[in-house]
Design a protein around this ligand. Sequence first.
Ligand code: NCD
Length: 326
Amino acid sequence: MEREGRLPEKINGSFFQKDILSLDQFDQESLSLLFDLSEAMRTIAVDAIPTGILAGNVATLLFYEPSSRTRGSFDAAIKQLGGQTVVVENPQQYSSVSKGETFEDTIQTFEAYSDIIVLRHSEVGKAKEAASVATRVPIFNAGDGIGEHPTQALLDLLTIKQHSGSLMEKVIVVGGDIKNGRTIHSLLKGLSLYKGNQIYTVSPPELSLTPEEILDYENRGLYIEPIYSMDEIPMEADFWYWTRVQKERFENPDDYARLNNKFVVTEENFNRLAGEHTGLMHPLPRVGEIEKSLDSDPRSLYLTSQIRNGMYVRMALSALVLGKLQ
Ligand code: NCD
């Protein structure tokens, strides 16, 4: 089937055959539909209910950058629903890309074998480029450089909703690498769809958002305030969403060494500044920015619901995009 439309296409309540490239495509109704279905997917996964929802479907997982959770959870999600996967990791080393094949040819090749292509790439805009090449199968952006990581934001939004009952009027502290963190960029777009959300970003000034980016989020309806020390964090925020400093985006290793882990979540500062119900989130991997002793704190969501929601959301999204449930 040939797909039509300008990229990225708005979801507007119908996911069928749409690329998932950016949180710009979403609205509240489409998110509610996805989240309701993700809850149903949890039952399928937890109770090991055999289903052939994606029987006969193949997804190619084409990962030009390393991944554990995104690749693993997409693979598991497709298989939980009876579909199959072709996993291509590091194609620049192990596929015809190493022989000089163009990106376009690679995408067209895997388009011939599969019903969805899940793409992770180091360059901003590559998922959109793939989507303009692949006219017959949807592309899922699994992270394009420092651009976006929409499926991560979807699972983050679901986790916020589950933990606090809604996605409105939350005070959320976002720490780490705000400039280069693609999960943050998608999450902020998602949070801007709901009224009254207040965001405080904590980072060294070099890793903060630009004034233009702040203006863009403000125009979308977010209150956003960069802060530069832990002591400025508002007391008892609803969530702390921490991220690692994105080492691979630095040209100069000395800059990374200088800026890494300036703001670490410790048992001491979390107990002092957060509240009884503050959810502590992280897209993972973490490399020292959340103290290990917080793992067993019931407010820590990063190793439990946040990871699990990744698979449920990706199950729901794949089924919706392939038109199995609408
Ligand atoms: C993130 C990513 O790849 O952007 N990881 C993930 O998919 N959960 C975050 C990161 O690498 O820091």
